[in-house]
Write a protein that binds this ligand. Structure first.
Ligand SMILES: Nc1ncnc2c1ncn2[C@@H]1O[C@H](COP(=O)(O)OP(=O)(O)OP(=O)(O)O)[C@@H](O)[C@H]1O
Ligand SMILES: [Mg+2]
Length: 199
């Protein structure tokens, strides 16, 4: 099946195989899919915010990374919580995903234990690393934003990031600023992303 309307800039198109994994049978447009995903994500977010032991030791594990994605997309995609097994125009080679998610989690654990970065910067850097890896066929941006926010709220007990203060899932200025800050982070400059996410 194909969904008619265009994707937001910077979003990964889905393979036909991945589209085959769409659970709700009645969805035919990108707009209907966005709405459906959004209510699934809210359910997943509620679960994450109420989840016991959402501290760094638990959240910063490859197991939790997959579990959070599953909880955010389990009514939407049959492959929710499963790493991708195909190449994308963004992200590392899929074969290295399991090992690289582990490394990203271990690095972030090290940053937490040794207070290498203050909490917002730590979470922004982790967010960037996860979207660069791009572990899942879809939902990587939303998943890595929630993971960063969860760590801030439940481990560090501070407020979540603003992410520019406006809806990031729609095309527009806020998304353009987010994507441009990510591209700077790709080059090793994290200040624009940190500024964007905390403004
Ligand atoms: N140059 C880049 N460097 C790092 N990450 C990027 C870059 N361009 C896009 N991304 C990330 O990839 C995400 C898109 O991937 P994907 O479609 O899997 O996520 P999503 O949650 O479905 O997207 P959305 O952001 O539309 O909600 C963007 O949200 C962003 O986080
Ligand atoms: Mg997407």
């Amino acid at each position: 099946m194909a969904l008619g309307d265009a994707h937001a800039p910077g979003a990964t198109p889905l393979d036909p195989d991945e589209l085959e994994g769409l659970i709700p049978p009645h969805i035919t447009t990108q707009g209907e899919l966005n709405e459906w995903e959004q209510s699934n994500i809210i359910k997943g977010q509620d679960w994450a915010l109420r989840s016991r032991n959402a501290n760094a030791n638990r959240v910063l594990t490859d197991r939790f990374v997959r579990l959070l994605h599953k909880r955010m997309f389990d009514d939407t995609w049959r492959w929710a919580g499963e790493y991708r097994t195909s190449g994308k125009n963004i992200g590392i080679e899929w074969i290295h995903i399991p090992e690289q998610v582990k490394v990203a989690c271990e690095n972030a654990q090290h940053w937490v234990e040794n207070q290498v970065f203050e909490p917002s910067e730590l979470c922004v850097r982790l967010h960037h690393r996860l979207v660069v890896i791009h572990p899942f066929p879809n939902g990587n941006g939303r998943h890595a934003r929630l993971l960063a926010d969860l760590l801030l709220m439940r481990h560090f007990r501070v407020k979540r990031l603003s992410w520019g203060g406006q809806d990031l899932t729609r095309p527009g200025d806020n998304r353009e600023r987010y994507l441009s800050a990510l591209r700077e982070a790709d080059q090793g400059a994290f200040s624009p992303l940190l500024e964007f996410a905390t403004q």
